[in-house]
Design a protein around this ligand. Sequence first.
Ligand code: C2E
Ligand code: CA
Ligand code: CA
Length: 421
Amino acid sequence: MVSGKLFIQPKIKNNKLKMTKILLIEDEESVRENLLDLLEAEGFNTIAAADGKIGLELAFSEVPDLILCDLMLPEIDGYGVLTALREEPSTAAIPFIFLTARTTRADFRQGMNLGADDYLTKPFTRAELLNAIASRLSKQATLTKHLASNYPSNQFGSEMQVIEICLRRTLERREFQQFQVYYQPQIDITSGKIIAAESLVRWQSPELGMVSPAELIPLAESTGLIVPIGEWILQSVCKQTKIWHNEGFSRLRVAVNLSVRQLTQPDFCQKIVEFLIGNNLSPSSLELELTESMIMKDVNSAIATMTELQSIGVKIAIDDFGTGYTSLIYLKKLPINILKIDRYFIHNVANDPQKAAITMALIQMAHNLNLKVVAEGVETEAELSFLRQHNCDAMQGFLFSRPLPTAEFEKLLFADNGLMG
Ligand code: C2E
Ligand code: CA
Ligand code: CA
C-alpha cells in the first residue's frame, strides 16, 4: 500500500526536474508552440510530434518521463497512442495525460479505462498544467520508491512491467474471475458477534500466481486500472451482501476500501446508487473506507462526495487512522460514521504506555464525536481485553479470523449466528 507517509507533495522545482523529458503530441501548431514554450521555461526537456504516428515513434525511441497527448490527432488518435504505449513494456508505465477539448463523460471514462493518468480539458491554465505534471511525476516517484523497496533493484523494472501487462490483459479481456473478494469479520466487542466484514481484494493471476493487494493496489492506482477493478469489487460486494441478507443475516454490513481515483470520478455517487438499487440493498449495509491522505488530497471535493454518500445512507469509515496528519479536532468537520484505529497502535497496546495513551484518547474522542470505533489488527487476547476495558466498539484481526474466501466467511457467519433474524 502506498501510505500517506510516502506521499510526496507535488512541487515544481526547476533544478529537480531539469532532466525530466516530456513528449508533447499535439497537432494544432499554435497550442503546441505555446505549450513547448511554457514547458521549456519551466526547465523541462521537451520533444514534440504533430500526429499520433510520429508521437508513438518518438515515445518508443526516446522513452520520455511523461507524455501529454491530444485526443483528436491525425494518423492515430490519442486512444490509439495510449493503447499502443501500454502494450509495449518499455513505455507501458510512462505517465500519460490526455489533452482534450471534449468533456463528455464517455470520453473521460474511455481514457481512464484505457489507463490514462489524468485529463486536462482545453483551455487549461498554466497552473493546472504544471500541477498535473508535478502530481504525475511525484506519484511515479512514490511508486518507484515503494516498489524499489519491495523488489531487488535489477528486477524491479521488468517485474513491475510484467505485472502491469498481465493486469491490463486481464482487464481488456474482462477476466474478472481472476479477482476474488475475501472477507474479514468485524466483531462487536461486547457481544462477541460478527457485525460487519471488510472486503479485501485478491488477484489470482494464471501467469503470476497470487498477487497481494500491496502490489496490486499501488500499481492499479498509478495506472488508473483501479477504477474498473474498484467498480467490479463494489458490484461483487453489493451482490454478495444481498445474498447474505437473504440467507437471514439481514443486519450484516460490508465495508469496501476505496481509492482516491474512485472518489474523484464525477459519477461516483451515481454508481453507488446504481449498485445499491440494482441489488436491492439498503444503503446502510454498505460502508466505504477512506484514508486520511485520500481525503486531504482535495479536502473540499472529498467532503462534498462524502456528504452526498452519507445523505444516501451509506456509512463512511476513516481507515488507518493515526498514520496520517489529520489533527484530531479536524475529524469534527468530516462527515464520517466510523473510525478505524490503525493496527500500528493496536500492536502490543496493552504493554506499550504510549500506544495505550493514544488509543484511549482516540476512542474517547471518537465517542465524543458520536463515531463508532473499530480496532484493526487485533492479534492477542491482551490487546482485546485492553480494547474491551476502554470501550472500543468493534475489533478486526487475526485473533478472531484472517480474511476469508466467500464460502469460508459464510461458514463463520452460520456458526456465529449473531446476525440471524
Ligand atoms: P487495509 O485497508 O488496512 O486492510 C487491512 C489489512 O490488514 C489487510 O491486508 C488484512 O489482511 C490485514 N490484517 C487484518 N488483520 C490483521 C492482523 O491481525 N494482523 C496483521 N498483521 N494484519 C492484519 P491486505 O488484505 O493484504 O490488504 C492490504 C491493503 O490493500 C489494505 O489495507 C488496503 O489498503 C488495500 N486493499 C485491499 N483490498 C482493497 C480493495 O478492494 N480496494 C482498495 N482500494 N484497496 C484495497
Ligand atoms: Ca481498510
Ligand atoms: Ca486499515
